[in-house]
Each structure stands twice: as structure tokens, then as C-alpha cells.
Design a protein around this ligand. Structure first.
Ligand SMILES: [Zn+2]
Length: 173
């Protein structure tokens, strides 16, 4: 910001370099049938996926239709565990209000066991510890705080297990 701007003088020809405009927007939206089912399940600590009737791939979270084949999923749901494999990861050094971890923290793309799509989440682990193929498990909020929100899972933590075989997740990198 220039000194002219700081002094609130408007007789300067210098361009405005910073404009602060606080904006907020509250809105309600209907989650729809598929997302509602997913959110009601997660309020009970269950993870639900849905299977594509064309190729059998399990989508998690599901949007109710297959983005690849354009078909609606049937009523069948696939119950998934809260464990998975780190496919890719990033080290984040920029704070975010919704992330309850100290900087720097780790974001991960996780292949939940039994799913064929990636879940993005955060990992509570040492930076030098995270790697592709690492086995992880969800850490949930206390049960009495569960709601219809993916925020019921606070983060994932490493599992004391051997790494997943590269072939089991290479399609998702
Ligand atoms: Zn499909």
C-alpha cells in the first residue's frame, strides 16, 4: 500500500494497490438424495460409497451418478472402512481456519479401502514420515459431536502396517 493510500489522500495519481472488501454470504442448499444418504450415514460414523452399474467402480463420496458413464447409481450402497492408502500428498505452509493442525501440515489424497475414487483430507504425521503407499486410518471427533458433516473425521493418522503395493493405487496418481 502506498503512503498516499495509508493517509487516505485522494489527490494522488498513484494506483490503488490494495483494496479490502470484507464479504460474507450465507446460503442454504438441498443436498439431494445421494448426498443426504451419505451425510446421514456419516452422522452415524459410517462411510457409504456407491457402485457404478457399468464398470462396478465404487465412488466415494458419491454424487449419485457416474461422471464417466453418465448413469444414475442404483439404491445399492457400499459400506466402506475408515482406512486407506496415501496416493499423493502435499506439505501446506498457508493457514486455513478449517484445518485444526499446526503449520506446516500435510494434505493427502487417500484411496479408501474398497473405493475407486480419491478422498482429499489431512494427515496428522511428521513431515518426513508421509509417503505414497502409507496406510492410514481416520480419527473421528467424539461421538457426541457427530453431525451430518464430513468434519466428523478430524484427520487421518498413520497405521502401523506395511505400505500398500504400488500396483494397488498407481491408477489414482
Ligand atoms: Zn461408471
Amino acid at each position: 500500500m502506498s503512503r498516499a493510500n495509508q493517509n487516505n489522500e485522494d489527490d494522488s495519481n498513484e494506483p490503488v494497490t490494495l483494496l479490502r472488501t470484507p464479504i460474507s454470504l450465507d446460503y442454504d442448499f438441498s443436498a439431494g438424495r445421494s448426498a443426504s444418504r451419505f451425510l446421514r450415514a456419516i452422522a452415524e460414523g459410517r462411510l457409504l460409497g456407491q457402485r457404478c452399474p457399468v464398470d462396478g467402480k465404487v465412488y466415494f463420496p458419491s454424487r449419485g451418478a457416474c461422471p464417466q458413464h453418465g448413469v444414475t447409481f442404483g439404491p445399492e450402497v457400499v459400506e466402506l472402512p475408515d482406512t486407506g492408502t496415501v496416493v499423493t500428498f502435499s506439505i501446506v505452509r498457508v493457514p486455513a481456519e478449517s484445518i485444526p493442525l499446526e503449520l506446516p501440515y500435510i494434505t493427502v489424497n487417500i484411496l479408501i479401502d474398497g473405493a475407486d475414487t480419491i478422498l482429499m483430507h489431512v494427515l496428522d504425521a511428521k513431515l518426513e514420515e508421509v509417503h505414497m503407499g502409507m496406510r492410514v486410518k481416520a480419527v473421528w471427533k467424539p461421538k457426541d459431536e457427530w453431525s451430518t458433516s464430513t468434519g466428523n473425521i478430524i484427520y487421518f493418522q498413520p497405521l502401523d502396517e506395511p505400505d500398500a503395493d504400488y500396483d494397488s493405487y498407481k491408477e489414482h496418481i
